[in-house]
Write a protein that binds this ligand. Structure first.
Ligand SMILES: *Cc1c(COP(=O)(O)O)cnc(C)c1O
Length: 346
């Protein structure tokens, strides 16, 4: 039987895209960010489902991801690369008909010299200080870059998930300062920016995490459900410790289920203690340390041994799990292991 069973609901991904598309309104294209294997959920399943839903612009990080996506989707959609045009990428960009989002002066030079007639986009740094031409660089090269005919000009918000932060407004003002008056299509918003309202939408939004059921898109339908099979069950008397370093000791006689999944499968060691798994509607506490491939669960209150326990699902989504481990839903998804048996709905 192996390790866990990961159910991925492509109908929920499509519904989340439609909801974000409705928010971005007419006149704004809603693209999809599917980098890192569609946030760990399987790009060759997720992207064709989104294409069927009407998505015609996809964003990945690397040229290799772009080429894989081109093979999955055929010639029609536009595929953008957040890493831009890195050394060694030229042939892949050409073969995959990919659109690099140029993010430095070196890359601009490389693009113009090596792929002068191929489409490209630009990334501007409006205050995140991560990727993109700075304000001063843009002032120096905007004319040259615009003459080369970019198909999209983008920037990225650093704190769009925090409506209380004024950084988004400052970045928006900077983006206007850097792009007002140019006629190239513009894109600033990922999921968080899409939720901030129409001032942030421009010509295209490019959500990722919201499609996969994650914060800050609170209305998102959950996409991933994870069931872990029970490997063994046994009784322990009061005072027995469980797991590495004996971090939990049974206060009373109980029964333990050891289930198939651990930190090698993306169930972070920092999750324990405190997380619960579900036997149908009944929560059961995980006790003791997370091992590489195993978790131990107190099932003393169940009237029979379960076949499997649900660790991720509507009861306890990726953000709840992330909060337990001191991280974000993005990391929970992209850490999901390769050992799970995966089934897709939709
Ligand atoms: C990952 C990424 C996105 C998508 O962000 P979400 O928060 O997942 O919606 C958009 N733009 C850039 C530049 C990114 O790196």
């Amino acid at each position: 039987m192996g390790t866990g069973h990961l159910h991925i609901d492509l109908e929920a991904v499509a519904a989340n895209w439609r909801a974000l598309d409705a928010l971005s309104g007419p006149g704004c294209e809603t693209a999809a960010t599917v980098k890192a294997d569609a946030y760990g959920l399987g790009v060759t399943q997720v992207a064709p489902r989104l294409f069927r839903e009407g998505v015609r612009a996809f964003f990945v990080a690397t040229a290799d991801e772009g080429l894989e996506l081109r093979r999955a989707l055929g010639p029609e959609p536009r595929i953008y690369l957040y890493y831009g045009h890195m050394p060694g990428d030229t042939a892949t960009i050409e073969r995959g008909d990919l659109v690099p989002l140029i993010c430095s002066l070196d890359q601009l030079e490389r693009q113009i010299a090596q792929l002068p007639r191929r489409p490209f986009g630009l990334q501007l740094d409006t205050g995140m200080s991560r990727l993109g031409l700075t304000f001063e660089e843009w002032a120096a090269v905007a004319e040259l870059a615009l003459r080369a005919g970019p198909v999209l000009v983008t920037s990225h918000l650093a704190a769009a998930d925090d409506p209380g932060s004024d950084q988004s407004a400052r970045q928006l003002a900077r983006f206007h300062e850097m792009t007002d008056g140019i006629t190239v299509p513009l894109s600033l918003a990922a999921t968080g920016g899409t939720l901030l309202g129409s001032a942030y939408h421009f010509d295209m939004v490019r959500p990722g995490i919201g499609l996969y059921g994650g914060a800050p898109f609170a209305q998102a339908e959950p996409v991933a459900t994870l069931d872990l099979p029970v490997v063994a069950c046994f009784d322990i008397p009061a005072g027995t410790s469980v797991g590495y370093n004996a971090t939990w000791t049974a206060p009373a006689a109980t029964r333990i289920a050891t289930i198939a999944g651990g930190y090698a499968d993306g169930l972070h060691r920092a999750l324990a203690p405190g997380i619960e798994v579900m036997a149908g509607p009944i929560p059961c506490p995980v006790v003791g340390r997370v091992s590489m491939d195993l978790l131990t669960v107190d099932i003393g209150h169940l009237d029979r041994d379960p076949d499997s326990l649900r660790i991720l699902g509507p009861h306890h989504g990726i953000d709840a799990m992330a909060a337990r481990a001191g991280t974000i839903g993005y990391e929970v998804l992209t850490s999901l292991g390769q050992r799970y048996r995966r089934t897709y709905r939709g």
